[in-house]
Design a binder for this molecule. Structure first.
Ligand SMILES: Nc1nc2c(ncn2[C@@H]2O[C@H](COP(=O)(O)OP(=O)(O)OP(=O)(O)O)[C@@H](O)[C@H]2O)c(=O)[nH]1
Ligand SMILES: [Mg+2]
Length: 293
């Protein structure tokens, strides 16, 4: 049967038949609805941008989370499990993506929402944070909270630097291990130097200096460990350099946070305090969040 025959499908499609009219009607009604749903899904992401709170135990991560959520500080305890809470950026900060939106725009309100993901800082519970780092979908940025009074002492500084080193190394590995030519999306890091209200706290520029110095040490000792074990295994030292297992430019000399730019990670240090009698001062942290929202 040819297509131009009297009872072929082509003739039926143009004939005033009941079934033809019904199919055309359904198509006309359903197509815009389906199209709308498809485009709407694509245009409005259903998942919120997420900021990961990482840092050693007792740094004030949960305190910052409660402050952001309730606008007031509450008594916190050592966290044993991660928790993600949907929060709103405080009113006096404007998200970067909404600079040209008017405050009445519903999209403006939506752009101020984000998830804060608190992780436990205890040494035995860091796998919660590291698994998130291994596959950071939706992670817009990482907030590394540290206690600026603790890093004034050798032991505290070393513990903090080791953790920070591991976080930065995970980000570097993610970047260098990417298979696409464009590289993965950048994940910036904010080092939130907390507890600035304490008399013994180091000011932010000293926190930066001390951390860079301590991370250089961590890197040196890790590289040495790697080389030693590599040499013991294979009897030679070559080949290990190519794996780029250490942080920054080849692991030589001193480490600077600026070296992380090369692997798509900008590191910023801002001081602040979540708790004090006359209120908190975490403006610069919110400012940073706003600039990446
Ligand atoms: N003086 C001072 N104390 C603070 C500040 N922020 C938090 N603290 C205190 O530090 C302690 C630890 O805070 P948390 O928020 O529970 O610490 P965390 O980082 O969540 O620790 P883990 O859950 O163990 O990883 C609490 O007793 C807080 O009251 C601050 O800005 N200044
Ligand atoms: Mg906590």
């Amino acid at each position: 049967m040819a297509w131009y025959d009297e009872d072929s499908w082509a003739t039926a499609a143009f004939a005033p038949k009941g079934s033809t009219i019904a199919i055309t009607f359904l198509l006309a009604v359903l197509l815009p609805i389906l199209l709308h749903q498809f485009i709407y899904r694509k245009a409005t992401p259903t998942t919120l941008p997420c900021f990961l709170l990482i840092g050693p135990s007792g740094a004030g991560k949960t305190a910052f989370l409660t402050l952001t959520e309730r606008k007031a500080v509450a008594q916190t305890h050592t966290s044993t499990a991660p928790s993600a809470i949907e929060v709103l950026l405080p009113e006096d900060h404007t998200p970067q993506s909404s600079h040209y939106r008017s405050p009445g725009d519903p999209a403006y309100e939506r752009s101020r929402r984000f998830l804060l993901n608190d992780t436990p800082g205890h040494g035995k519970l860091r796998h919660f944070a590291t698994t998130q780092l291994a596959n950071p979908t939706n992670v817009r940025g990482i907030i590394f909270v540290l206690d600026a009074a603790t890093v004034a002492e050798e032991a505290g500084l070393n513990e903090t630097a080791e953790y920070l080193h591991d976080v930065l190394l995970a980000l570097q590995k993610r970047y260098t291990g990417a298979t696409t030519s464009k590289g993965p999306k950048e994940i910036p890091v904010l080092i939130a130097a907390n507890k600035m209200d304490l008399f013994t706290a180091l000011p932010p520029h000293l926190v930066t200096q001390q951390l860079e110095k301590a991370i250089s040490e961590v890197r040196k000792s890790r590289a040495k460990g790697l080389k030693d074990s590599g040499a013991a295994l294979s009897g030679e030292e070559e080949g290990l350099d190519e794996e780029r297992e250490w942080l920054g430019e080849g692991g030589e000399g001193s480490f600077e946070f600026g070296q992380m730019e090369e692997v798509g990670t900008s590191v910023t240090v801002h001081g602040g305090h979540v708790i004090r009698g006359d209120g908190a001062d975490v403006r610069s942290w919110y400012e940073w969040i706003a600039s990446h929202l």
